[in-house]
Design a binder for this molecule. Structure first.
Ligand SMILES: Cc1ncc(C[n+]2csc(CCOP(=O)(O)OP(=O)(O)O)c2C)c(N)n1
Length: 662
């Protein structure tokens, strides 16, 4: 780190810089982002796109007094650099380092935390309402992306703004991209706004405002802009929204700001989101407005880094890369496939044989692996935008017409659609198949992205069939099994690499509610431990069993496969036969699989002691790796051994220490 950035420790310094210095600071910030993320990975493209916006925001407003609310908040790295966190920036997304999202506990400048899309407008409006009630006058600025605007919650908030407050500043950061290309009518609408031939006439009062500015370095540049009106204000952005205006509206008209204006929100723009003086003056103007306003800015995702400009999807959220080429390190030869790819490829395979199957994603074709279906069978693929509730109800609708929709949504984002799962799918007992990726940890991202609650939130709902595969071959079997069911089915699997087992050519149908006995007791008269290892933790159960055998225990290992319906027979049988039962799950202990086993034991009168291994009743922090978090929270073979020995009164000081972890 060098130059101006080194000296900028707090937003107040941003206010002291000349325009030239601000521009240089922007370049230094880009360099910092590109070099740090080359090692740590992270949301490079979105942050490169908001460098000028963030500088302008801190130039004009005064956090923490004024409030910035960022949608998703994956684009707050620049804000972190300018708000006292630059010395720790190299730790972003690593163990005990900065979080990759806005976090209220991390800085007073982070007025609102997020990680899920579509919350910013509502939260910002809530803050504005609270401010009005208190009679204070801080500014609330909400920064939301063009894809966040496809989210239903965003519209619920827009609907409510003009009725609630007179002072609200929204910034629509439009870069045409979600993670993949933004899709749907809203994306088209924004396109039309940009190609509207008279957009430059929309801002008369703003031009007047610019002309009245005192003469200064910034003002001189802005006076020039004012003379031009907004003509050319977006020329430098170079987005593809340059189409012929006549073509841009299939219904023979032009886009107009009516969507916002009819909701009582003043629309201003579109403007070049990389033009610092223009941004600064526009925000200054917004500050003077006594009515809600949305400023539509156009930015380039990945600006300043060729590789990111060329591959916006990859660099939306990337792992480490080579700074010179942008290439990711090659996968090690023979390394197992990712679960998401197995899921996508299996779905293609199943779709080829079953015409009732379709795939649905909520704006995440790559992350869920549905890109394989999009490529192979585009007519069987739906991207509904960042709209999980809609995705689930849309699937329910299709299911009523004889289809078998496969909804692929991360476990954490599916929480958004809980009522739709309950009211639309389960209550009507519709055969929707849910593939829940990232069930377990998303280590670098942290608590907003860990998928640790789905077993609990699903197993209380009638009609649910919920499964967790121990490996990728079993995942294929589970998907195949789900296609034979006439009830809602849910398959949870973790982020990242699968186990590396061969995948059968022809999947098989599993018996619903039937566990797999991986290893039985040898009945040699030793102390018996039954290890029930759910999903990806079955391999840990097997490892623990191998070590316990070495230490003189008799172990059975069971793969429960189903968290609902539980295999009552297998659980009761092994529960009664064992001296100790251990359940393992990559899920919150509260209400999870181990809890279900306890309930069953209580019903069946099984009194064998039970040790539950899983995540404690707290939000799990982020870290560099999943293993570090597992170690910290006692989800290790070592801790299982310690817990088992402690149960049999073999506690040593080391054992006692480990037991305390949980
Ligand atoms: C509820 C929810 N669904 C999906 C995601 C995954 N996600 C993170 S960012 C993003 C795209 C955001 O696009 P946009 O709002 O336009 O911001 P940009 O990254 O383009 O700046 C998506 C789909 C999420 N964070 N939350």
């Amino acid at each position: 780190m060098s130059g101006i950035l080194e000296k900028v420790d707090q937003p107040k310094y941003v206010k002291q810089l000349s325009l030239e210095q601000l521009r240089q600071l922007g370049e230094e910030i880009r360099y910092e982002l590109i070099t740090v993320l080359a090692k740590n990975g992270g949301h490079l493209g979105p942050n490169l796109g908001v460098v000028e916006l963030t500088l302008a925001l801190h130039r004009v407003f005064e956090t923490p007094r004024d409030k910035f609310v960022w949608d998703v908040s994956h684009q707050v790295y620049v804000h972190k650099l300018l708000t006292g966190r630059k010395d720790r920036f190299h730790t972003i997304r690593t163990t005990d380092g900065l979080n990759g999202f806005a976090l209220r506990t991390e800085s007073p400048h982070d007025s609102y935390g997020a990680g899920h899309a579509g919350t910013a407008l509502s939260a910002a409006l809530g803050m504005a309402a609270a401010r009005d009630k208190k009679g204070t006058n801080e500014n609330v600025v909400c920064i939301f992306g063009d894809a966040a605007l496809t989210n239903g919650v965003s519209f619920e908030a827009l609907n409510n703004i003009a009725h609630t407050t007179k002072k609200f500043i929204g910034i629509l950061n439009d870069n045409e991209w979600s993670i993949a290309k933004n899709v749907g009518a809203i994306a088209n609408y924004l396109s039309k706004l940009i190609t509207h031939p008279s957009y430059n006439k929309l801002a008369k009062d703003f031009q007047g405002f610019l002309r009245r500015l005192p003469k200064g370095e910034l003002a001189l540049k802005l006076a020039h802009k004012a003379e031009e009106g907004f003509k050319g204000a977006i020329n430098d952005v170079g987005l593809s929204k340059t189409g012929n205006a006549a073509d841009s509206d299939g219904r023979g008209g032009f886009g107009s700001p009516v969507l916002f204006e009819e909701m009582g929100i003043r629309y201003l723009g579109p403007i070049d989101g990389h033009d610092l003086p223009l941004l600064i003056s526009t925000l200054e103007f917004a500050k003077t407005c006594d009515h809600p306003i949305v400023i539509h800015i156009l930015t380039q995702k990945g600006k300043g880094f060729d590789a990111a400009l060329k591959s916006p999807e990859k660099f939306h959220g990337t792992g480490p890369y080579d700074i010179r080429t942008g290439d990711s390190p090659p996968a090690k030869a023979g390394s197992p496939p990712n679960y998401q790819d197995v899921m996508g490829q299996t779905l293609v395979k199943l779709c080829q044989k079953d015409n009732t199957l379709v795939g649905i994603t909520a704006a995440m074709p790559s992350g869920t692996g549905l890109k394989h279906l999009e490529k192979a069978m585009p007519d069987r693929y739906y991207d509904v935008g960042i709209a999980e509730e809609h995705a689930v109800i849309f699937a329910a609708g299709m299911a009523t017409m004889g289809f078998h929709p496969v909804v692929a949504i991360y476990s954490t984002f599916l929480q958004r659609a809980y009522d739709c799962i309950h009211h639309d799918v389960c209550l009507q007992d519709l055969p929707v198949i849910f593939c829940m990726d990232r069930a377990g940890l998303s280590a670098n991202d942290g608590p907003t992205h860990h998928g640790l609650f789905d077993i609990s939130y699903l197993r209380c709902l009638p009609n649910v069939i919920a499964m967790a595969p121990k490996d990728e071959d079993e995942m294929q079997d589970m998907m195949f099994t789900a296609t034979h069911e006439n009830h809602p089915t849910f398959i949870r699997y973790p982020r990242g690499a699968a186990e590396g087992v061969p995948i059968k050519d022809q999947p098989k149908v599993l018996e619903i509610g039937k566990a797999e006995v991986v290893q039985n007791f040898s009945n040699t008269g030793k102390r018996k431990v039954a290890l029930f290892g759910l999903g990806n933790l079955n391999s840990m159960a097997r490892k623990a069993a191998a070590q316990l055998l070495d230490e003189g225990y008799d172990c059975a290992v069971i793969n429960p496969r189903f968290t609902k319906p539980l295999d009552a027979g297998a659980h009761e049988f092994f529960g009664k036969a064992a001296d100790l039962v251990v359940t393992l799950e990559d899920h919150a202990l509260a209400g999870g699989y181990g809890s279900a086993v306890l309930e069953l034991f209580s019903e069946k009168g099984v009194t064998t002691p039970l040790v539950r291994i899983g995540w404690p009743d707290q939000f799990i922090e982020h870290a560099s790796t999943q293993d570090e978090l597992r170690k910290r929270h006692g989800i290790t073979v070592e801790n299982i051994l310690a817990r088992v020995k402690a149960q049999f009164g073999e506690s040593t000081s080391r054992v006692a220490q480990l037991v305390q972890l949980t």
